[in-house]
Structure formats: C-alpha cells, structure tokens
Design a protein. Structure first.
Length: 376
C-alpha cells in the first residue's frame, strides 16, 4: 500500500479582539517571529503535501506572511468547523486519495512542537487506528477550555465547550487542545453534518467527536504537554508564550554548547544561531537574523540584529550590531560602537564611540574613537 499522505490546515482567521490591536493576532511576534511562522515551521517538519492557511476576508497581510502556503478565505466567522470547511476546495485534489490525512492546527499556538505533531501522525498510522484523533491536555487551571469526555474504552465520547458544559463536566480535568488529525474523507463527512445549535451559534469542529461516537466509530485521543497548546488570545497570553519560548530557546542554546552566564536576562530570537563555546554575559538582546560563530564573547548590554559574527570575535559591552553587520574572525567591537551594513575585517578593532555604516574595514585595522562612516 502506498504511504499515507498528509495535508495541514492552519486556522488563522481570528481577529483577536482581546489583543486590542490593529495587527492580526497570528502576526504578533514571539521570539522575533510571527506566531503563524512558528506553527508553519513545526508543521513543515511533517513534510505535508499541502498546507492551507484559513484566513478572514481582508487579511492580505496574513496571506503575505503565510506564503508559500496556500490561503483559503472563511467568508463568515461561523466557528472552527466552518473554518476547516473553507479549506476543502484547496484540498480537493488530495481528498480523492484514500490514504490522505488532514491535520488541523491553530495559528495562535506558537509553542507547539514537531514532536507532539509527530505523535498525532503516528496515532493515525497504527494498525486499526481510529478515523479521527484529537489532542488533549491537562492544564493546572482548566478555566474556559472545552472538556474531553471519554467513554469506558478511553475513546472520545464527545467534547463539550465550556459555555455548554454543566457543572459536573466543568470538573473534568482533561481539556481539548483543538488539534485534530483524521482521514480527509471522513473528516469532511463529519463536518458536513455539523449544526450550530449551541450557545455560540457556531459550527464547532469539536462536535465531530460526538457524531463519530454516535456512529460507533469513536475517535482516539493523544495527551500532549499543556505548555505546548497555550492559545494566545490576549496580551497576557502573549507574555506567557514569550516567556516559555525564551526558556526553550535558552535551554537549546546551552545544550548546543553556548554559555549563558545569566540565562534569564538573555533574549533570543527563534532563528538565533550560536556556535560552540560562545559566552553571553547578562542583559544581551538577539534580534532576528543573527549568526554567531565559535569562541565568541558577547559582553553585557549588546544589541544584535541581522548580523554575522565570525569565530573568536569579542563584542561589547554596549555594542550594537544592526542589519548587514559582518564581524570578522577575532575582531573586537567595543563599547558604544554601532555597525550597520558594514564589514569589520578579521582581527580589526573598533573599541569605542564609533559609527561604522556602509563600509568595509580591512583585516587588523584599528578604528579610533569618534570615527563615523556612512553613505550620506
């Protein structure tokens, strides 16, 4: 039998009214990258045949950010089931294939890891796997999450949204993460049967679980880490996601051979690359697009973005590297030196109070205090 194919639907149509922002919710950054970028990066590790991002009308900025993924427009905000249905046309060529699964994720869950998504895919690949599998988690505070009701065989009987749950159901600790994988054909068969007879007047994707159970073909469940499925709906949620992502990135940096003397004060971007035996002193900021070689020393209060730093360089304290800065091997950039779109050659030194812009400084050069270069 041919290998099972996979398509991914990312739901990104929410306006994020609680964010109180003109910026669409999924474009708010975490670790220097839009939340949507993080989700796309995780699903890309699954090598899907197609990824479709569902957006609302007028979301040209989200459509641009989603590229090269295809976008489908949910014309009316009628719930998650309705949103997934909006992706059907884009997926039609794949839905004709019996072995095509569809994975549904949310664009506002930047902490979701490839490992958890792989577990979802693996659950569908098992012998006698259920048609549909949902992701659940056990938060410390279940709060407003939908509750997952299991039957005696630990299959999903139904998922009850918090607004529709009774007092007994609200005591259940197993909550819905909203992430679903299933046979594409089966998924859309169930979606076609959804109705909006609920407190919100919407078509809940979660209702497919109750329908599947009623038919005697109940859905399976995978439990995932609560920290990964945090949905960002407010500025407070965004701050929590940022803190969790920074902790993850710092741990990864140290596991890769970098020393962070005071990790809690170092801010990293999702794409920051630190070499082996890099030492980062307290209070250093890495913006997007920074690559640092081996044996580099970065002293306190440095700010780097869009810069490349070669092996053995020394930065700071109080150095600023802006986009296009290229620091050669063994070069020194000292206090209150700013470099933009300029190259400092191997072994060169700019130790204090200088601005180097649009310049190429040769190897072993010594730039004196107060030097300014620019193209205007």
């Amino acid at each position: 039998m041919s290998a099972r194919k996979l398509a991914v639907v990312i739901l990104a149509a929410g306006k994020g009214s609680r964010m109180k922002s003109d910026l669409p919710k999924v474009l708010h950054p975490v670790a220097g990258k839009a939340m949507l970028w993080h989700v796309q990066a995780s699903v890309a590790t699954l090598s899907p045949e197609e990824t479709v991002v569902v957006i609302a009308p007028g979301m040209a900025d989200v459509e641009a950010a989603a590229a090269p993924s295809r976008c489908a427009v949910q014309q009316q905000a009628l719930g998650t089931g309705h949103a997934v249905a909006a992706a059907r046309e884009a997926l039609e060529p794949l839905l004709g294939l019996v072995e095509t699964d569809v994975l549904v994720v949310f664009g506002d869950t930047p902490l979701l890891t490839p490992a958890t998504l792989q577990r979802m895919v693996a659950a569908r690949a098992e012998p006698a796997a259920p048609d549909i599998v949902g992701l659940a988690f056990r938060p410390q505070d279940p709060a407003q999450y939908g509750r997952v009701i299991l039957d005696d065989e630990q299959k999903i009987e139904k998922i009850v949204e918090y607004a529709d749950a009774d007092s007994a159901q609200r005591q259940i600790g197993l909550c819905n993460a909203g992430i679903v994988i299933g046979s594409g054909r089966r998924l859309f068969e169930l979606i076609d049967r959804l109705d909006s007879h609920n407190a919100q007047g919407e078509y809940y994707l979660t209702d497919i679980f109750g329908l599947a159970h009623q038919e005697g073909r109940p859905a399976g469940v995978v439990e995932g880490p609560a920290a990964e499925v945090l949905g960002v709906n407010s500025r407070q949620d965004l701050a929590l996601a940022e803190a969790a992502m920074q902790d993850r990135l710092r741990r990864q940096a140290m596991a890769g051979g970098a020393t962070l003397i005071d990790p809690a004060t170092v801010w990293l971007s999702a794409d920051t690359q630190l070499g082996r035996d890099v030492t980062v002193y307290p209070s250093v900021f890495f913006g997007p697009g920074v690559t640092v070689g081996d044996d580099v020393e970065i002293r306190s209060f440095c700010h780097l973005e869009g810069a490349k730093v070669a092996d053995g360089a020394v930065l700071g304290p109080f150095a600023r590297l802006r986009p296009g800065a290229r620091i050669g091997a063994g070069a020194h950039v000292g206090n209150f030196v700013e470099i933009k779109n300029a190259e400092l050659g191997a072994g060169a030194k700019a130790n204090h109070l200088s601005y180097l812009g649009d310049a190429s400084v040769g190897p072993a050069a010594n730039i004196g205090a107060g030097t300014i270069t620019c193209n205007y």
